[in-house]
Structure formats: C-alpha cells, structure tokens
Design a protein around this ligand. Structure first.
Ligand SMILES: Cc1cc2nc3c(=O)[nH]c(=O)nc-3n(C[C@H](O)[C@H](O)[C@H](O)COP(=O)(O)O)c2cc1C
Length: 384
C-alpha cells in the first residue's frame, strides 16, 4: 500500500501540518471571564500528544456579548492573550499546529452550559450561578427560539465596531502565537445569521440579495486577512447549507467560497445547519461522513481546499475521503473527546506506524516493547 494521504504532510502558505488530522473546534464552557482555565491546558495538550496535525482551539468570542455562554473563551481584551499563549506554545512544542476559531454568537448568545440545560439563560441561572441573561445582537430582530430574548438589530455603527472587534481579536490571536485562524460563520451564529435568508431581513446593503447577505461575512474575512500574517492561513467555517431544502443553499456557498478565495481565505471548513426556525426534518441524516459531500462540492466547484468534518469514525474512512479528492483535511471532534489519541490509533489502523514512532518517544519506546510482549503472549495462547 502507498503511504496514506492522512499521514502525509500538508502545506498551506508557509505552514506545514505533519498530517491531515485536525481536532475540530469544541466549546468546553470552561472559561471564566473569557480566560482559559486550568482545564484547557491538559484538554488541548492531550490532542497534541495524540498526534493531531492541527489542534483548533474552540469558538473564542470577539466581544463579550458575543459569547454563547459564560464559559466561552474570549479575545476581546489583552488580558486574555497570556493564558492562550501558554496553550499555543504547548501545542507547538508537542508537534501540532496551534489554531484558533474566532466567533460571535449573535442571537444564540445568553445560553446555559450544556449540562445546565443548554437553553436560554433565565433569572434563576443568575440567582443560582451568577449567570444573568444578557441582551444579544443580530442582523434582524429575530429570536433564535421562542424562549430566547429578542436581539437588537445591528445598525451600521454597531457593524463598524464589530468589524473592529474581529480585527482586534485576530491581532490578539497572533500575539498569543496561533498559526492558523478560523472565522466561525456556521451553526446559526452571527455571521451565518447575516448569510441566511431565514435570519436576515435587512433592507440595507447588509441584507436582501445574496450579495447583500454576504457583505458582512466578506468584510470580516477582509479585516481578518489584512492583519493575519501573509505566510499563515485563514480558514472559514460555514454551514454550507441551512437545511435539506430551505434557506441558504450549496449554490450560495459556491458563490461565497469563490468570493472568500478571491480575498485570500485559504480553506473552507464544511459544516451544516444550526439555523433558527428549522425543524429536525431539515437536518441531514446523521450517518458516517454525512457532511463530506459539502466539502467535496466546494473543493471541486471552487477549486479551493476544504476540510470535511462530521462522524468521520475511522482512519480507513478518513483515508477514503482524501483518496476520493473530497477534502484536504479531516476534522475530528467527538471522536477525539472519546479517544484523544485518535490520530495515533488511526496510524496504527492504517499500518503506517508499527513501531510507535509517531508517539512521543517517552511512550513509544515502551509501547514498541510492550506490543512485542503482547504479540508473543497472544501467539502462545493461540498455539498451546
Ligand atoms: C462539545 C462540542 C463543542 C463544539 N463546539 C464547537 C465550536 O466551538 N465551534 C464550532 O464551529 N463547532 C463546534 N462543535 C462542532 C464540531 O466542531 C463538529 O463540527 C461536530 O461535532 C461534528 O464533528 P464530529 O462528528 O467529529 O463530532 C462542537 C461540538 C462538540 C461535540
């Protein structure tokens, strides 16, 4: 067998990943005042030890009211740089490219942590945990769901300030030492709310036509690209479709991706859904690799690198996606929560690391000997 693509290096601008596995962004709701906590260090470190080419730090809010919940990371203030710098430095030292996703929750802010209900914050959350509801902003005054507060529609001055916030957060991410940055424009959060006709009812040049609805996303992309070093890549995570039949369509994403590519965005990270008001019947059926066709379509039609993510469960499945030319990078999220060593185990599965050379030497030296012992025990038991 030829060397698997999954474990071949991948280059974007001057950045090289040692393999094609990216640990996808996963909000841990473990920050306080937007600051990375004691949880985040070992949480991210385990993925670097686990062999990922890139580790994407979770959705990090560009302004305080743009958090999903009180536990979100933030980069709206300089004080938030230092704890993230420790994480970026650690990831790099352990052999993974440190990346970070910047985000704004839009009308999906003021939300409880998943284990507290994952619904809108109430005054009871304020009394119990000091987590008071806050007022959100969105392109249009449309609540995310019936119990959520009505957001304020952003005016042009607000939009100008928000663009400044994206730019400042990107500059801080660079100061923290991240080498790739991702703009979160998926899952029904602020940028996606501008894009989708289901959540954007504006009649100015930030709404209406496809061009109008793309305006904010493209401005964010321009502002982030302008301050991000030329030799380092910018990723863009989109919900490539809102739903199976309604709202933002794959054809719209083709137009958007081409416009982003023309503005120097390097890769489309292809997700779906999250839009307000869509019922479950609109969601893609949750089967293995259920979003790969989105990455495939953008890669072929726009000629732009893509990342596929969503129920990619094994090294064999990941390798088949790359071999088919459907994506350039493979995102692993829940699979990595379950098995932080997912990449190292996939390398074993694909037979590219029989001697445990990809493991940290502190582990690999022992495991190579341990594996021999296990194999000889196994041989003795199967041939008594
Ligand atoms: C705990 C958790 C937190 C997540 N947080 C984020 C996030 O911060 N930003 C984002 O774009 N997606 C987020 N996602 C979505 C994942 O990045 C990923 O797209 C999704 O889980 C599908 O991939 P999987 O099947 O490998 O888990 C999160 C998912 C999980 C399970």
């Amino acid at each position: 067998m030829t060397h698997p693509l999954l474990f071949s290096p991948y280059r974007l601008r001057a950045l090289e990943l040692k393999n094609r596995v990216v640990i996808g962004p996963m909000g841990m709701f473990a920050a306080k005042d937007g600051l990375a906590s004691v949880f985040h260090g070992p949480h991210y470190g385990q993925y670097a030890i686990g062999g990922a080419g890139m580790v994407m730090v979770e959705a990090t809010a560009v302004e305080e009211r743009g958090r999903i919940g009180y536990g979100d990371l933030g980069l709206w203030s300089d004080a938030q740089i230092a704890p993230l710098r420790e994480i970026a430095d650690m990831l790099r030292a352990l052999g993974s490219v440190p990346a970070i996703q910047l985000a704004h929750s839009g009308h999906k802010g003021s939300t409880q942590s998943p284990w507290d209900g994952y619904g809108p914050l109430t005054e009871a959350d304020g009394r119990l945990r000091g987590e008071h509801p806050w007022s959100c902003v969105a392109p249009s005054a449309l609540a995310y769901a019936p119990d959520y507060p009505l957001p304020t529609a952003l005016d042009r001055d607000d939009i100008a300030r928000l663009l400044d916030a994206w730019e400042s957060a990107a500059l801080r991410a660079r100061k923290a030492g991240f080498e790739a940055i991702e703009i979160h424009a998926a899952h029904g959060y602020l940028i996606h709310e501008f894009l989708s006709p289901l959540t954007n009812f504006r009649d100015d040049d930030y709404g209406g036509t496809l061009v109008g609805r793309m305006h904010f996303a493209l401005e964010v992309a321009e502002r982030v690209r302008a301050v991000w070093p030329n030799e380092l890549p910018v990723f863009f995570r989109a919900s490539v479709i809102d739903g199976r039949t309604l709202g933002w369509r794959i054809e719209d994403s083709v137009v958007l991706a081409a416009a982003l590519r023309d503005r120097g965005i390097d890769l489309m990270d292809c997700s779906s859904g999250g839009t307000a008001g869509l019922d479950r019947s609109e969601a893609l059926p949750r089967e293995p690799g259920f979003q790969v066709f989105l990455a495939d379509r953008l890669r072929r039609e726009v000629g732009m690198p893509t990342m596929a993510i969503g129920l990619i469960n094994s090294g064999t499945q990941a390798e088949a996606i790359l071999q088919a030319g459907s994506a350039d990078l493979i995102g692993i999220a829940r699979g990595a929560l379950y098995d932080p060593y997912w990449p190292l185990h996939a390398a074993q599965e694909l037979g590219v690391d029989p001697g445990f050379a990809q493991w940290p030497p502190q582990y690999g030296w022992w495991l190579a000997r341990w594996a021999k012992t296990v194999r000889s025990q196994h041989a003795r038991h199967s041939h008594p």
